[in-house]
Design a protein around this ligand. Sequence first.
Ligand code: F6P
Ligand code: MG
Length: 480
Amino acid sequence: LDPKIAPYSTDDPTSFAYPTARERWPIIITQAIDDVYRTVGASEDADKVAEGKEILADLSQLKYEVQHDRALTPILDDGYPDVAGYNKELEQLGNITWLKAPWLFTECYLFRRMSTHFSLSKHWKSYDVFARQKIKTFRSSRPAVLELAARYKDLVTQLRTPAPPSSSSSSPHDPEADRLLFTEMCEVCLWGNATDLSLLTSLTYDDIQKLQGSKARQAAEQNILVNDLAHVYAHLTQAAKEGNYSKRDRRVDIVLDNAGFELFVDLVLAGYLLSAGLATTVVLHPKSIPWFVSDVLPSDFGALLTALADPRWFYETPTEEDELQGRVPDKLTDKEVDELAFLFAEWSRFHAEGQLVLRPNRVWTGPGGFWRLPAEEKGLVDDLREGELVVFKGDLNYRKLVGDVAWDPTTPFTEAIGPLGPGSGLNILALRTCKADVVVGLKPGVDEKLRQMEGGGGDSGARRWAWNGKWAVVSFSKGT
Ligand code: F6P
Ligand code: MG
């Protein structure tokens, strides 16, 4: 069911898997240990504290096993049905050890394994060990959030303004302007993916803020190596026209990636699609367990809306760190509060009216690539076929779409997604900033040119340019 090409592996010194397994995974586990340690310290429940200490020991043991290249052991049965799939695949892979193993499987296994330490406990079952980091980073993306809130209110208000009576055309809006707006919203949503927490082990907050503003976005347009948005727009507008006659419901699914700022921009895109009439329902697919540090859990959706519901409280209450450094957060202006309130009102209304739906599914935190979905998850795939478009956000989802194997970078995207490609009935859009090795759909020579740029990897054999979220691919595959 998987592509017949070798997967990227943690023992390949030219792959980003190599430093990921040796440097980044230990840091991620250490951050989880620090987080549990803090919660244990603040808890007065003796049973919870005792269990917390066991979890700390388990996490330290896991870190030891990674760093000492021990064998991956079967996932303990915590009652969820995906355990069997993980363990079956582990068995098929033989006796793999952390530093000589397929990257995609092993990284998924890492997060699944971490989750069992909590799910098997009594007091920590639904504990999100990355929640603190997620909310903290979201707070630090304040300038970009405020800028986008203003832009969003402005454009939704414009979309609602009726055409002047003198206008002869039946459509009140300039089609070229509409297409540009669609492109802008998708690109906002795309670059929101550049700043995920699993990469934060190497980015500072200043770097993040630079990546998020509108100027940065315009400059970054030339960094989108494949941009199929014009086809996607044509596809959605066509569906909207046909929708008048046949199908009343036009659904867009978004397979989410990260919480915080990225979820915020996903909601910007979702809200825009609904307001512009390009979709009548948007279904958001979050993860079911803490995943790749910053991925969205249903609780992150709640946390985001809570922040927006009372932005003064969220942004103006000094955090522990503010207090330590004697910093007082800037006050929001009335205009800023008003713009955030507008967002909150819009999104809560869509949610309350069932136009914006959250639908978790354990499939998204499985061990393998998405080539397997049509054979193994028929129900899900049939459901996704009913929609007009499935948007896959982010790097990991892209790796899963193409199987995380060493494709020639000029392989067409439609080929690299195998059974999800043309003929599958699925219309797929990947919005991905590159943070791993695999990339497809490039014109001949592009990879070579990027490798020769500073930090691009040169002749080392490594595709370094694709590791840091600076370049992006926006690829579309039509299912018919
Ligand atoms: O930095 C690499 C990595 O951890 C990849 O393993 C993973 O694909 C990605 O980061 C997470 O990024 P995203 O949140 O965009 O999926
Ligand atoms: Mg992620």
